[in-house]
Write a protein that binds this ligand. Structure first.
Ligand SMILES: Cc1cc2nc3c(=O)[nH]c(=O)nc-3n(C[C@H](O)[C@H](O)[C@H](O)COP(=O)(O)OP(=O)(O)OC[C@H]3O[C@@H](n4cnc5c(N)ncnc54)[C@H](O)[C@@H]3O)c2cc1C
Length: 507
């Protein structure tokens, strides 16, 4: 059953999680004003699915059951599914900045693939167990947090080498009816207002790390789970005209002897498969990040143009402005195009899941990671200093100042002063407040640091094919074309392959 945003908010009352915010226990997540922008943002993923105009994008049919599901809970089977997901993420992020719920889909798809892969090796039933879980999540229209990033402790050490074993979530006990886990997941988007968390391993593992190779689903109010969180967006701040309404919280999730029944355990010690799960998740998630930041980029493009026009300038007729607008568009549509390419060149996994093509997904994510700073710079450049210099909303109704300020805010005659003021406030909110810093950080590190993304590109890129291409163009490279290897030292053996006699002779 598809819920509305209001029903999602009400559904949170079924859970009694232990959540700390600004040093105090939260009585009711559904009623907590400092979390309300996060609940509202996730709520829109429900509202959009109920809106008939957006149904084709926001609602999908689960192939394994024939049932309808919210797009953000769907297992992708084709390029079309991936394109729909990419566009759905962009659509909702245009409304709320960050839709958050796509992380549920990214994790579900990765676990779908990983459980299939483990069973293929062990002959087990993890995949069937996961399917049963997936169908329940879809039927109840839940929102799931992706709990992958561990506290990690000393980054130079593996999980089993840490002096504090709680730096990584791990299995403390195996029982007949389930497992008991402890440890900390350090950054979980939307944690307090999730229904459940999908715990996944946070790094590749060696055999000694087997107890840290754990993947399972945990209700947000599981006994022993504590979420330490922060406000979503800028609730209660008058000037936060956007992030006071929509925002994102993150939570530190501390697991202390949390019991997980076997039916919710999808990996328990299969350390050889941790890297596969992480890479699959990263591919799905980086693909989603592209859609998310494109939606945010759409807001910047629209607001920057409105600001320039309210300032009395015609971007179309002014070379300088036009160039900067085009630069902004080029950045946003440039990384979005990587998402489209990644969807188009989707790779069919043995499980039947369509995985975004990894190189394009990672290149798109890497582009947006750093270009978010350029996006904000261009928006600042186009809009001028007013976006940070504007007096607060209290002055809008101050009889001593309001009229004077309104005169000053007037730019182009046809555009009301309040409109210029509101666009300036909107741009200040999303490009120059702590919310703006948050957008930078989530773009840079969310889904993995630039170094992790670069590593994935280097690992996946067919470098050898490119070398073979050039070798094929060089006379001596004809050997490689004939399958006789390379003659460059170190490429196929320490000394390089011997060139045939006739080439040595210059024949
Ligand atoms: C707003 C926000 C929301 C997020 N939401 C989620 C979420 O929902 N779920 C989730 O699981 N994660 C989430 N993340 C976490 C995100 O995936 C991590 O921030 C990212 O993977 C980087 O990890 P870190 O923050 O621990 O930084 P670190 O690992 O401390 O990295 C800092 C720097 O050190 C480098 N580094 C780290 N280890 C090594 C090493 N061994 N050798 C060399 N260099 C190293 C990194 O490349 C980076 O440059 C979120 C992050 C943000 C900012």
């Amino acid at each position: 059953m598809l819920l509305s945003g209001g029903e999602y908010r009400e559904s949170l009352r079924r859970y009694k999680p232990t959540v700390y915010l600004d040093g105090a226990l939260v009585e009711s997540v559904a009623d907590e004003p400092r979390l309300a922008p996060g609940v509202a943002a996730v709520g829109e993923t429900y509202n959009f699915a109920k809106d008939t105009r957006h149904r084709p994008l926001m609602v999908a049919t689960e192939q394994s059951s024939g049932a309808e599901a919210n797009r953000f809970l769907h297992i992708n089977r084709s390029s079309e599914d991936l394109l729909h997901k990419l566009e759905a993420v962009r659509l909702v992020c245009q409304r709320v900045g960050c839709a958050q719920r796509y992380l549920s889909q990214d994790a579900l798809n990765a676990i779908y693939q990983a459980t299939h892969r483990i069973d293929a090796e062990t002959g087990g039933e993890l995949h069937q167990r996961f399917l049963a879980y997936l169908h329940r999540v879809q039927a109840e229209d839940l929102t799931l947090g992706a709990a992958m990033t561990d506290a990690k402790g000393d980054r130079s050490k593996r999980p089993h080498e840490q002096s504090n074993s709680g730096a990584y979530v791990h299995i403390r006990e195996r029982r007949a009816d389930g497992i008991v886990i402890s440890g900390t997941k350090a950054i979980v988007t939307g944690a307090p207002y999730m229904h459940e968390l999908l715990v996944m391993p946070g790094r590749n593992m060696v055999e000694a790390d087997a107890d840290f190779a754990v993947c399972c689903a945990v209700p947000i109010d599981a006994k022993g789970l504590t979420v330490i969180t922060r406000p979503a967006g800028r609730p209660g701040e008058d000037a936060a005209i956007f992030s006071g309404r929509y925002g994102q919280s993150t939570g530190v999730c501390v697991f202390e002897d949390v019991f997980v029944p076997w039916q919710c355990v999808f990996m328990a010690g299969e350390w050889q498969h941790a890297q596969f799960l992480i890479q699959a998740y990263a591919g799905h998630h980086r693909h989603s990040c592209i859609g998310a930041r494109a939606g945010f980029g759409d807001l910047l493009i629209g607001a920057a143009l409105m600001m320039a026009e309210a300032n009395g300038l015609d971007a179309g007729g002014n070379n300088n402005l036009r160039e900067r607008m085009v630069e902004l568009i080029k950045i946003v549509e440039g990384f979005f195009a990587c998402g489209v390419a990644s969807s188009t060149y989707a790779v069919a996994d043995a499980s039947g899941c369509a995985e975004p093509e990894r190189i394009f997904a990672n290149v798109g994510k890497l582009l947006l990671s750093t270009q978010i700073y350029d996006m904000q710079r261009i928006a600042h450049d186009l809009s001028g200093g007013l976006i940070v210099a504007l007096p607060g909303p209290a002055e809008d109704h101050n009889p001593a100042t309001a009229a004077k300020l309104e005169e000053l805010w007037q730019g182009r005659d046809e555009i009301p002063a309040e409109r210029r003021r509101d666009v300036a406030r909107f741009l200040g909110d999303i490009t120059a407040s702590d919310t703006a810093g948050w957008y930078s950080l989530i773009s840079l590190h969310g889904g993995g640091s630039p170094a992790a993304t670069s590593m994935e590109i280097y690992r996946s890129y067919p470098l050898e094919d490119k070398v073979a291409l050039v070798e094929g163009l060089l006379d001596r490279g004809l050997m490689a074309e004939q399958g006789e290897g390379s003659d460059q030292p170190g490429r196929c053996c320490d000394d390089g392959c011997q060139a045939p006699e006739k080439e040595k002779d210059g024949a």
